[in-house]
Design a protein around this ligand. Structure first.
Ligand SMILES: *Cc1c(COP(=O)(O)O)cnc(C)c1O
Length: 310
């Protein structure tokens, strides 16, 4: 695929999920297949990472000088793997600053294979990565770079997710609810701006324990003066024990979802959103006649070898 085709593919499909129990409640449920938005199957440059990097890459490719991208993440970060893969596709050198002691795992191995230079830093320094002092230090160590923050959430990332909101509104104009996974909340913030001040309710499902996300999304939205978001809220009760925790009942649910719909999910983000959808339907959260969309934000490269074992 050419650079142009990679950055401007056609809209990702919106598929109906047929389920007699949900239909009996008068609900129509769809899944937005952003996991298919990728240069190849199981490529980590996919899903919401594709949306968030799209305008960043276009901006970088427009610069006269080809500087490396420097970014940050934990050792299991989908964002790290996505940046590494995008760097390979677009011929941009990449540097990943990884939190904690030196480790190896499939995500980091893939990033390295995609040409990313990995640097591990201790957790204390990592927490200060966005302070001017530490950034000076990076500048000295790595020279001039394009800095992309942890999780890829910056203004250009929001712009990519705003485009996703607009794409969805065009595909399903009478959508009433959208459910999506939250890590930094950047995807949610961008999507709510793309849906503008409609009556569509965006429900963010936090993949992390804690209540800090609402404030962070508010801050992200406050940085966008010229747009009014649709209504949104974040649920903090579907994390299943915390980030990347995957208890057996969640794994069983994901395997069942795959068997029923032939759509793979992963336990860190999308499995938790599908679970939340199922639970909220059972709790009668959605009024009869609702048209609910589940966002498949990708993340499948972390799954090695198909169905997960329980
Ligand atoms: C990174 C990631 C998220 C979280 O996105 P944020 O914009 O940080 O909230 C959600 N889903 C998947 C599959 C991801 O890889």
């Amino acid at each position: 695929m050419t650079t142009e085709q990679l950055l401007r593919p056609s809209p990702s499909p919106l598929q109906a999920l047929s389920n007699t129990a949900w239909e009996a409640r008068g609900l129509q449920v769809y899944i937005k297949r952003d996991d298919l938005l990728a240069p190849a199957i199981a490529d980590p440059f996919c899903g919401n990472k594709w949306r968030k990097l799209q305008y960043n890459l276009a901006h970088i490719l427009n610069q006269p000088e080809r500087l490396p991208i420097l970014t940050f993440g934990g050792p299991y970060s989908n964002h790290i793997a996505a940046v590494a893969s995008a760097g390979r596709h677009f011929n941009i050198p990449t540097i990943g600053v990884i939190r904690g002691e030196v480790v190896t795992n499939p995500t980091l191995t893939k990033a390295r294979t995609d040409g990313m230079q990995l640097h591990f830093i201790d957790r204390t320094t990592y927490r200060q990565k966005h302070t001017p002092e530490i950034q000076q230090q990076f500048l000295k160590q790595f020279g001039k770079v394009h800095l992309i923050p942890e999780g890829g959430t910056n203004a250009l990332a929001l712009k990519g997710c705003t485009a996703l909101g607009k794409e969805l509104a065009a595909q399903l104009p009478d959508m009433t609810h959208l459910l999506l996974a939250c890590g930094t909340g950047g995807t949610l913030a961008g999507v709510t701006l793309g849906l503008e001040a409609t009556n569509i309710e965006v429900l963010g499902i936090s993949a992390l324990k804690g209540n800090f996300l609402t404030r962070e999304v508010e801050q992200l939205l406050n940085s966008q003066f010229d747009a009014i978001p649709t209504s949104w809220q974040i649920f903090t009760t579907f994390h299943h024990g915390g980030y990347a925790k995957a208890p057996k009942d969640l794994v069983r649910f994901i395997n069942q979802f795959q068997t029923q719909y032939d759509i793979p999910l992963e336990p860190v983000y999308t499995g938790k959103v599908a679970w939340a959808l199922d639970q909220l339907i059972a709790q009668n959260y959605f009024p009869e006649g609702s048209r609910v969309v589940l966002l498949h934000s990708g993340g499948l490269q972390g799954l090695v070898g198909g169905l997960m074992e329980i």
